[in-house]
Write a protein that binds this ligand. Structure first.
Ligand SMILES: C[S@@+](CC[C@H](N)C(=O)[O-])C[C@H]1O[C@@H](n2cnc3c(N)ncnc32)[C@H](O)[C@@H]1O
Length: 211
C-alpha cells in the first residue's frame, strides 16, 4: 500500500486530532518491530474515525473481520459502553496473541472477544443484530463478507470496508484482490438495501448504512 499523503500533511493531521491513548503508540511500535506486514494496521487517523463513528451511532455491538494486532478493534472498543461487545476474528495466532496482550492491558479490552478461525465460519455461527461491521481481512472475500454480514446488521447500522481503493487499483483492477474490492464497491454502490459513500481516507473506506 503506498503512502497517500506527504509526510508534512500527515503530521498536520496528527497535530489536529485528539492524540490516541499511549497504548496505541505501543501497539504501533510492537507491530512494526515484530510483524511482517505492519502497514496492515489502520493507524491513528482511521482509528480515530472508527472511534468517532462508533460513538456517533451509539453502537453497542460490533463485528470486526480482521483483528491483526488489535489497533482498529481497540479503537472501536474505546467508544463502546461498559456492557458493549466487539467480536473480532482472524486466522493468525501470532497476530491475535499480540492483540490479546494489548486488550488485556486496556480497560476496554474486556468488551472484546477474539474468534480464531476463518471469518466465514465464525460469521456463520453468529446471530445479529450488530450496530457496526468493519471488514478488514482477506480482500478476495469482501463480496462474500458483505453478503454474509449485511443480514446481521441492524437497520441504520454501518458496514465499513477498509482498503476500498486498494492503492488506486480499483479504477483498473488487475490482481485478484483489486478485482474483488472493485466488485465489492460496485455491489455496495448499486445495492438498494444501503446508502453509501466511498471515502478517500488512507487506502479508502467504503461506508454503507443499512436502510
Ligand atoms: C489488514 S489486517 C487487519 C488490520 C487490523 N484491522 C488493524 O487495524 O490492525 C487483515 C487481517 O485479516 C486476517 N485474515 C486473512 N484471512 C482471513 C480469514 N479468512 N479469516 C479471518 N481473518 C483473516 C489476517 O490474518 C490479518 O491479520
Amino acid at each position: 500500500m503506498k503512502d497517500f499523503l506527504a509526510p508534512e500533511l500527515e503530521a498536520y493531521l496528527f497535530d489536529h486530532a485528539r492524540p490516541p491513548a499511549p497504548i496505541f503508540d505501543e501497539m504501533r511500535e510492537r507491530t512494526y518491530a515484530e510483524m511482517t506486514s505492519p502497514q496492515m494496521q489502520v493507524g491513528r487517523i482511521e482509528g480515530a474515525l472508527l472511534r468517532i463513528l462508533v460513538a456517533a451511532i451509539g453502537a453497542r455491538r460490533i463485528l470486526e473481520i480482521g483483528t491483526f494486532t488489535g489497533f482498529s478493534g481497540l479503537s472501536m472498543a474505546e467508544s463502546l459502553p461498559d456492557d458493549g461487545e466487539l467480536i473480532t476474528c482472524d486466522i493468525d495466532p501470532k497476530a491475535t496473541a499480540v492483540a490479546r496482550a494489548f486488550f488485556d492491558r486496556s480497560p476496554h479490552g474486556k468488551k472484546i472477544t477474539i474468534a480464531l478461525g476463518p471469518a466465514l465460519e465464525t460469521i456463520a455461527k453468529l446471530t445479529g443484530p450488530f450496530d457496526l461491521v468493519f471488514l478488514d481481512a482477506d480482500k478476495e472475500r469482501y463480496p462474500d463478507y458483505y453478503e454474509a454480514t449485511l443480514p446481521l446488521l441492524r437497520q441504520g447500522g454501518l458496514l465499513l470496508g477498509d482498503n476500498a481503493l486498494w492503492s488506486g487499483e480499483v479504477v483498473a483492477p488487475t490482481t485478484a484482490s483489486g478485482k474483488a474490492i472493485a466488485a465489492f464497491n460496485a455491489r455496495v454502490a448499486s445495492d438498494p438495501r444501503v446508502d453509501n459513500v466511498l471515502l478517500p481516507v488512507r487506502d479508502g473506506i467504503m461506508v454503507a448504512r443499512k436502510k
